[in-house]
Design a protein around this ligand. Structure first.
Ligand code: FE2
Ligand code: FE2
Length: 276
């Protein structure tokens, strides 16, 4: 099973450029085309937050318009640039929460790996938060099915990555309890995937792989200077392809660039000889 993670779209209404620089609508169109043209095509797309830039209806209307071209089912969790109700209104099928839920928490069943979306949005604040209701729901959901492997997806990472201006807005409240819940189910949780940092970053947390995905638009500058400025760069837009290999029982994460590049070139000639 192949899961494409598209994150941090930051779509502006009327195709407004993000930070007066980034054509985020154009970037999403390219990402959709890239996913559609992949062979084999991903089975599902997970959008891990910052779908909009201000979280307003007009932004989600534009996202919805672009996603009419996406030929793969998709699901979403909100990021700090989103607003819960406008997002849910625009994408009810992609945010399939139970009626007793006020947060965008849900499990996607019917695939070889269970996909669990977790809402870290603290509306109006850049940093993330897990409400007690969310953590209770997660505990119950993980206890409900103790057989199947799981993949958790959410916007804010629960760790510091060494980029100061992002670290001050990571997942704060609720992160410690999340760690305890995950550690209790670590054999079944194959990874937690996040967005928010706009860079591919990998580590181990609470006994499971924690994988942060690159943005499909702009990236945060790789600057580990503790007093470095808050800045973005136009490194190549990319996505993570998470491949669940049932036979090996492991999740493999590939980085896939979205823009075109030279190749592929063969290693061997028509006679099967290595080209030297
Ligand atoms: Fe973002
Ligand atoms: Fe974010």
């Amino acid at each position: 099973m192949i899961i494409a993670q598209l994150t941090d779209l930051h779509i502006g209404a009327g195709r407004r450029l993000a930070y007066r620089k980034v054509d985020t609508a154009g970037a999403l169109e390219k990402a959709v085309e890239r996913v559609n043209n992949m062979v084999p095509r991903p089975d599902i797309v997970l959008f891990s937050g910052d779908i909009g830039d201000l979280g307003i209806d007009a932004e989600y209307a534009l996202v919805a318009e672009i996603l009419t071209g996406l030929e793969v089912p998709y699901f979403m969790v909100p990021g700090n640039h989103d607003q819960r109700m406008p997002l849910r209104r625009a994408f009810p099928d992609a945010t399939p929460i139970d009626t007793d839920q006020s947060f965008v928490n849900y499990a996607v069943e019917g695939y070889p790996i269970r996909l669990i979306g977790i809402d870290t949005l603290d509306e109006g604040r850049p940093e993330g938060k897990l409400a007690p209701e969310t953590l209770d729901w997660l505990e119950k959901t993980l206890s409900g099915d103790t057989e199947k492997p799981c993949l958790l997806f959410m916007h804010h990472p629960p760790i510091r990555v060494g980029i100061t201006h992002m670290d001050v807005q990571n997942l704060g409240e609720g992160a410690a309890r999340l760690g305890r819940i995950i550690a209790a189910h670590k054999d079944r949780i194959k990874a937690i995937i996040c967005g928010h940092v706009h860079r591919p970053i990998h580590t181990l947390w609470a006994g499971v792989p924690l994988i942060i995905g690159p943005s499909v638009a702009h990236q945060v500058a790789l600057d580990l200077d503790p007093v470095g400025p808050s800045a973005f760069v136009m490194e190549p837009p990319a996505m993570h392809l998470h491949v669940w290999d049932q036979e090996q029982g492991c999740l493999l994460t590939h980085l896939a660039y979205i823009d075109g590049y030279d190749g592929p070139y063969p290693f061997f000639d028509a006679d099967g000889k290595l080209i030297v």
